[in-house]
Write a new protein. Structure first.
Length: 144
């Protein structure tokens, strides 16, 4: 019975961790926009969330993510996992370069800024869902 009450909170908690991890990756891309040879990194939130919740193999279910390069052959070298202290799943991939640059930097500042704002809004929305869920559970416990 308790699992039914906490499953949604667990799901939203995982979503919040992954949103924070994605924000960290995007911020790193923006910070390294002028670094020669820097390769932009990102991960697909939906695929990482599937992996975090254990609902199937994300690569087999959704195919190779657009905008990242995943291991499509067992002989490929795996990409390093997201660097979170919480051990959040989700694998960082390389962003697809939209325009060539002379210094081999693949960061597109316009795209990264748009991704940063979009992810920030979604992070805030997830926080609001968690807050609303907690208030609903509290009012149910208090019998109001």
């Amino acid at each position: 019975m308790l699992d039914k009450m906490t499953n949604r909170m667990d799901f939203l908690g995982n979503a919040l961790i992954l949103r924070a991890e994605r924000q960290r990756a995007i911020a790193s891309n923006i910070a390294n926009a002028d670094t020669p040879g820097y390769v932009a990194r990102d991960f697909r939130f939906a695929d990482a969330m599937r992996e975090a919740t254990g609902s199937g193999d994300s690569r087999m279910a959704a195919g190779t993510p657009v905008g990242t390069r995943g291991a499509t052959d067992p002989r490929h070298i795996p990409l390093p996992a997201a660097s979170s202290g919480t051990g959040a799943p989700g694998t960082l991939g390389y962003s697809v370069q939209s325009q060539p640059s002379l210094d081999n930097n693949t960061v597109d500042l316009d795209r990264e800024r748009a991704n940063f704002v979009d992810n920030a809004v979604r992070y805030e929305t997830t926080l609001r869902f968690i807050n609303g869920n907690a208030k609903t559970m509290l009012s149910a416990i208090q019998g109001q």
